[in-house]
Design a protein. Structure first.
Length: 535
């Protein structure tokens, strides 16, 4: 790897000509593409791009860029910093201070950083990246009214202190970025308008993540805590959106929010507290939902803050929530097609005008000492239909087709909560609550494969073939296994879901091949659901 340094004080003739071109280009007030090879040239390019009146790009060649860099724009024009790849282009703070400092003052540019590694920064004010802005509006912003920093296809690691700090009105985005070796560090997005997006990224063993508005999408996140907070002055709450991510955290504390969308996640946390508040903006007609999640926690509280839109708890698996699950302060709540295993549920509606409807749920309390379901106060309308629970407790306006008994799960000790063929929950639900043909269970399988929909988060389905079975004949051949195994080894996408091949799917395909190749689906968790036909 080429080595660049900030220590040299003497410019070569070539470097002098290069730096002189910055001055010439800045006078023309046009967009410039700077091609740089040294740390000194990089800082000169940042300084020139701050004032030249155009949308600029800095292209960094392969190498180590040692130093603590600054970008202080005096305009709203955008800047793109492009490396040769995160394994080739390294911004190195030498453990002295921040790696990259950006002060936007009252300006609102967009800065994109792509294909670099940001390492060896130090300092609690932002070791890898420190952003400051004078944009601080507690009433919210429109599009383009705050500076935006996007880091994509990059790596951030081996920094000491607070990792990324964005102050006041800044939008920070991490896309396809790996944060590693970062224990004891944090990503903090402070202030009234600050927002954080983590998308398609891997955040590994971070101390904390905190922001005003927070979005975590399609990512792997391991962190000590995740939190949101009020806007500056305590005037305006924001939103939290967690989608299709795997999140491991000691504490998740998302409050207070105008609305939240928690969808399709695998969440393990010691405690989870999510609180919405009523505000003038509300959720702008968007339903607040907690859907298609697998949750394991010591305690879970969802406080809907008397929001006007209907709140939904749909198709979740709650496992061993020993401190119980509490749904509070709602006006209208639907709890449908969930499985609560060793997770007692408490309903605490808004005292005035509230309604709740519970349909197609499985309730298994944490112990015999606790009720599976308890209502703390009266609701104006309450319905309990087609649920599977030990016994019914409370006052219900509509109470029909509930089953008093215990479900039969396939392998609860190993967290497989699919229903066995003889379970009381199979065909025991109400199909009337299905809203369309696209309704699926927690596995993504279609609902109502039998006479009626099944109760709980999973629909018993025996139709799906193993994705390695390319020709769909119910047999894994040697050539099919070889193709599937090769795609897994090279990391290629597969034509059938899951497109990113899990290793246990490969080993299951190999096991089926070893047993003769012919298999069946017994309707439990994947990939254990595919077994040799003679078993």
């Amino acid at each position: 790897m080429n080595k660049s340094t900030t220590n040299s004080k003497v410019l070569t003739p070539l470097r002098f000509l290069f730096l002189s071109s910055f001055v010439c280009c800045s006078l023309t007030a046009k967009a410039v593409v700077f091609e740089v090879t040294t740390a000194e040239e990089f800082q000169a390019a940042l300084s020139a791009a701050a004032n030249n009146g155009g949308d600029d790009e800095i292209i960094l060649s392969s190498g180590n860029y040692l130093g603590n860099f600054k970008f202080v724009p005096n305009e709203n024009h955008s800047l793109k910093i492009s490396g040769s790849g995160s394994d080739l282009t390294v911004l190195d703070g030498e453990n002295q201070a921040y790696v990259l400092f950006m002060s936007f003052k009252g300006y609102v540019p967009t800065v994109e950083i792509n294909g670099v590694s940001i390492v060896h920064g130090a300092g609690d004010g932002g070791s890898a990246l420190r952003l400051t802005s004078d944009q601080d509006n507690p009433y919210g912003w429109g599009a383009g009214e705050a500076p935006r920093v996007v880091i994509s296809d990059s790596q951030i690691g081996e920094n000491y202190g607070a990792l990324l700090i964005a102050n006041r009105g800044t939008d920070l985005e991490l896309i396809r970025t790996n944060v590693y070796a970062s224990r004891g560090q944090s990503i903090t997005c402070n202030g009234g308008r600050c927002s954080l997006l983590v998308s398609e990224s891997n955040i590994n063993e971070l101390a904390s993540i905190a922001s005003g508005a927070l979005r975590i999408w399609d990512s792997q996140v391991s962190t000590g805590s995740i939190s949101t907070f009020w806007a500056s002055g305590g005037r305006l709450p924001f939103e939290a959106s967690l989608k299709n991510s795997t999140i491991v955290s000691n504490r998740i504390d998302l409050q207070p929010l105008e609305c939240f969308d928690i969808f399709g996640n695998r969440i393990k946390a010691s405690s989870i507290s999510i609180q919405a508040v009523s505000s003038p903006n509300g959720c702008q007609g968007v339903e607040t939902r907690f859907s298609y999640n697998l949750v394991n926690s010591d305690g879970l509280t969802l406080d809907f803050g008397r929001l006007e839109p209907k709140a939904q708890i749909l198709n979740n698996l709650f496992v061993r929530i020993l401190g119980g699950v509490t749904f509070s302060s709602y006006y209208e709540l639907d709890v449908m097609a969930n499985t609560f295993f060793q997770s007692s549920v408490v309903l605490n509606p808004n005292p005035s005008g509230a309604s709740h409807e519970l349909v197609n749920n499985i309730f298994v309390p944490s112990s015999d000492e606790y009720a599976a379901l308890r209502v703390s106060t009266f609701a104006e309308y309450a319905a309990l239909k087609n649920n599977l629970l030990p016994f019914v407790e409370g006052v219900w306006d509509v109470e029909s087709e509930n089953i008093s008994g215990s479900p039969t799960f396939f392998d609860p000790e190993n967290d497989d909560f699919h229903l066995t063929e003889d379970s009381l929950g199979v065909d025991g639900g109400s199909s009337s609550v299905l809203t369309g043909d696209d309704v699926t269970d927690l596995d993504g399988n279609a609902r109502k494969t039998g006479v009626q929909v099944d109760i709980g988060a999973y629909e018993r389905s025996t139709a799906q073939l193993h994705p390695a079975d390319i020709d769909g004949d119910g047999t894994i051949s040697q050539s099919e296994f070889d193709a599937y195994n090769a795609a897994w080894r090279t990391g290629d996408d597969w034509s059938a879901a899951p497109t990113k091949i899990p290793v246990d799917y490969v080993t299951r395909a190999g096991y089926l091949l070893q047993k003769g190749g012919v298999y069946k689906n017994i309707g439990v968790g994947k990939p254990a659901t595919w077994v040799p036909v003679n078993e």
